[in-house]
Design a binder for this molecule. Structure first.
Ligand SMILES: NC(=O)c1ccc[n+]([C@@H]2O[C@H](COP(=O)([O-])OP(=O)(O)OC[C@H]3O[C@@H](n4cnc5c(N)ncnc54)[C@H](O)[C@@H]3O)[C@@H](O)[C@H]2O)c1
Length: 265
């Protein structure tokens, strides 16, 4: 018997990294999955592996998102679990962020979660019970220099999670997960810098880089009956990193030094 037997789930950003690992874990625990991603080809690859549904959709486009949600719910035969996980990041100082890039990062990381909730909550209420998990970040709970729009958006995801938990209890439980440094498409380029993996491992009490499955297991827990008395929470899954700092601390100076030719300190 699986932890998610009979559940029907939508996972945004499900084509790669944490989202893909979660689609696989949810399916292994008995859920039927709809994979939503702006990368349609990769979403199809994941969905076909799991006998699931795939939708090419940008979470910042509410009309397209809600149409895809309605279609997925019809084809899945209902909806009981949502993982709002699509996200993207970048690095700069506040005075240097181009306004359109700030707007885009907030739109994807925060707007995408709000729109995911808005499109799916009516279906979860109709189902009579359900769970929403959204991906925040340790960058929201413990920001580092250089990540302003990302940190601000992720902190807001935690606040939005609390709002939604209050508004939809007792029918829908709403929680967030805040990953630390996880090896995915988003972090591979960073971890490829000379010495960066060792630097991150040193900053992590559990002494390794996280894997997408480390987050997927927690999302399965939060989507399952095991967490039936948990709502409005933000679960930090970072190997203990933020107990004494954050992996991104000092990276802005590191990259500035590289760009100016003086080399990293
Ligand atoms: N990897 C980490 O260390 C880490 C740490 C903290 C938080 N996170 C968060 O985890 C989530 C997943 O990231 P990941 O690390 O697996 O990265 P990833 O790049 O492997 O996966 C992100 C997925 O989201 C999709 N996506 C991006 N923008 C989208 C949009 N507008 N609409 C639909 N899909 C979109 C991408 O195509 C990709 O498939 C993100 O919200 C990210 O901010 C990651």
């Amino acid at each position: 018997m699986g932890l998610l037997d009979g559940q029907r789930a939508i996972v945004t950003g499900g084509a790669s990294g944490i989202g893909r690992a979660t689609c696989r874990r949810m399916a292994a625990e008995g859920a039927r999955i709809a994979v939503f991603d702006v990368n349609g080809a990769a979403a199809h690859t994941v969905a076909s592996e799991l006998d699931g549904l795939a939708y090419q959709v940008d979470v910042t486009d509410f009309e397209a998102l809600s149409e895809a949600v309605d279609d997925a719910v019809r084809r899945l035969g209902g909806l009981s679990a949502v993982f709002n996980n699509a996200g993207a990041g970048s690095m700069s100082q506040i005075h240097d962020w181009p306004i359109d890039q700030w707007n885009r990062l907030v739109a994807v990381n925060l707007g995408g979660v709000f729109q995911g909730m808005k499109a799916t909550i009516p279906h979860l209420l109709e189902n009579g019970t359900g769970s929403i998990v959204s991906t925040a970040s340790i960058s929201g709970t413990r920001p580092s220099a250089g990540e302003a729009p990302y940190s601000a958006a992720k902190a807001a995801v935690v606040a939005l999670t609390a709002n939604a938990a209050l508004e939809y209890a007792p029918t829908v439980r709403v929680n967030a997960v805040s990953p630390g440094m996880i090896r995915t498409g988003m972090t591979e380029p960073l971890l490829g810098f000379d010495g960066m993996t060792e630097r991150m491992v040193t900053k992590t009490p559990l002494a390794r880089i996280g894997e997408p499955e480390d987050i997927a297991d927690v999302v399965v827990f939060l989507s399952s009956d095991l967490s039936r008395f948990v709502t409005g929470q933000n679960l930090v899954v970072d190997g203990g990193m933020t107990l004494h700092g954050a992996g991104v601390d000092g990276l802005l100076d590191y990259f500035s030094a590289m760009l100016s030719g003086s080399g990293p300190n």
